[in-house]
Structures are given as structure tokens and as C-alpha cells.
Design a protein around this ligand. Structure first.
Ligand code: DX5
Ligand code: ZN
Length: 229
């Protein structure tokens, strides 16, 4: 199993979320946007941590034939620890678990032991203080800009206070940690999140929900880049 490099922490990245793609034509959809994909964001929902069910390791495994990009797997699950190895074997490069479920230190350790890049996610109403103690042990902090579970929801601007706090902490301590935002990211909100300090932008509807996904992803990148400090 060869893991794909994530690239340097802090670099601006566009991570299309396949949740908004046509699952019947997923391979082609992923190939179509490859040139504008830095990471591919894979949303895994267990019907328990979130009220929706999406995909699991078999789909990650199948998708691996269609993409050589870093697979950024967002595990919206109550018990991700039971599946980390299956995701690693299926071809995940990074796995992100939610802080709200607890047992964070052990999950980070387990994901690390599997060779995965490790992410920690926080819901919009979870305080920065909940994730701050783990910043030295993770590669990625995912700050949700919607409540997880569904694509196509409205961006929650209030989360920018938390994004800015995270950016200050990461920079002050020169930590190699990416700050990712997810939910309602489009050409209008991309400059807002980048100005606040995010460097990985997940977008589903704003890419796969558009008639020309490749061009939409490019437009998102241009909008984000223009706001870089
Ligand atoms: C939400 C997922 C997101 C979702 C984003 O539960 O974690 O990754 O796909 O979708 P948009 O970009 O449509 O808000
Ligand atoms: Zn996600």
C-alpha cells in the first residue's frame, strides 16, 4: 500500500467533496475534475453520528483506480476506530475523526500507527478549546462551517472566529497543521475562509453541483488565491 503525499502543511488546497457527485458515475466525475483537485474529500456518514448514510471503504477502494490524488477521508462516525484499518487498506491517505465522540488521543494514535495522515474535526458549536490540546499531534484541523450530515447547506460565518483562533495558534507555534473548512464553500465564501486563515477548502455543491465542475473548481481556486495573505 503506497500512501499519497499530502504536500506541505499550510499550502492552499481545493478538496472537492464527492458527496455532491453522481454516485452512479463517480469514477468519471472524479477524473473530470482531476486537474483542479489537490485532495479528494471523501465524506463517510454512519447514520449514527450524523443522520445520513453515505459510503464506506469499498467505494474508496474502487475510486483508487480513478485518482492518484490524496484521499482526505472525513469520518462522520461514532466509532471510527473500528474502521480506520479498513479505510487505510482501501486506499485512504488521511482520515479525520470528530472530537465530539471522545477517545481522541487513542484514535489519533491508532490512525498514526496505520501510517495515515491524521485529522481532527469540530462541529460549528464545538469550542476551539476542545481541539486545541491536540494540535501538536495532528496534521489537519477540520472546522465545520455547517453541521455535518448533508451537502448543500448554508455557510456559517460565525465559525470564522474559531478559524482565526486556530490560525493564530498554529502560526504562533509553527505547527505543521492544515486548517480545513467544510460546508457551504463557494466562490463567495472562499475569500472569507482564506482571509480568516483556512488553507484547505472542501466544496461539494459548488463543484459537482455545477454544470461545468472543472471550471467551477478552477473558479473556486482563483477566488481563494486572491484572498491569500
Ligand atoms: C457535510 C460534509 C461536506 C459536504 C459539503 O456533512 O462533510 O463535506 O459534502 O458539501 P457542500 O460543499 O455542498 O456544503
Ligand atoms: Zn466533509
Amino acid at each position: 500500500m503506497t500512501l499519497i503525499e499530502a504536500g506541505p502543511a499550510g499550502a492552499l488546497r481545493v478538496a472537492p467533496s464527492i458527496l455532491a457527485a453522481d454516485f452512479g458515475e463517480l469514477g468519471d466525475a472524479v477524473r473530470e475534475i482531476d486537474a483542479e483537485t489537490d485532495w479528494l474529500h471523501v465524506d463517510v456518514m454512519d447514520g449514527h453520528f450524523v443522520p445520513n448514510v453515505s459510503i464506506g471503504p469499498p467505494v474508496v477502494h474502487s475510486l483508487r483506480r480513478y485518482s492518484t490524488r490524496f484521499f482526505d477521508c472525513h469520518l462522520m462516525m461514532s466509532e471510527p476506530g473500528r474502521y480506520l484499518e479498513a479505510f487505510a487498506n482501501a486506499g485512504a491517505d488521511g482520515c479525520t475523526v470528530h472530537v465530539e465522540i471522545g477517545g481522541t488521543a487513542k484514535l489519533i494514535e491508532d490512525a498514526r500507527a496505520l501510517g495515515l495522515r491524521v485529522g481532527l474535526a469540530a462541529n460549528p458549536d464545538t469550542a476551539f478549546e476542545s481541539v486545541a490540546p491536540f494540535l501538536g499531534d495532528i496534521d489537519l484541523l477540520l472546522l465545520m462551517t455547517v453541521f455535518p450530515g448533508f451537502g448543500g447547506q448554508s455557510f456559517m460565518g460565525d465559525v470564522m472566529t474559531k478559524v482565526a483562533a486556530a490560525r493564530r495558534e498554529v502560526d504562533a507555534n509553527a505547527l505543521p497543521v492544515d486548517i480545513e473548512v467544510d460546508g457551504g464553500i463557494d466562490v463567495t465564501t472562499a475569500p472569507i475562509v482564506v482571509s480568516a486563515g483556512a488553507n484547505v477548502l472542501v466544496a461539494g455543491s459548488a463543484i459537482f453541483g455545477r454544470s461545468a465542475p472543472l471550471e467551477a473548481a478552477h473558479a473556486l481556486r482563483v477566488a481563494a488565491r486572491a484572498a491569500q495573505r
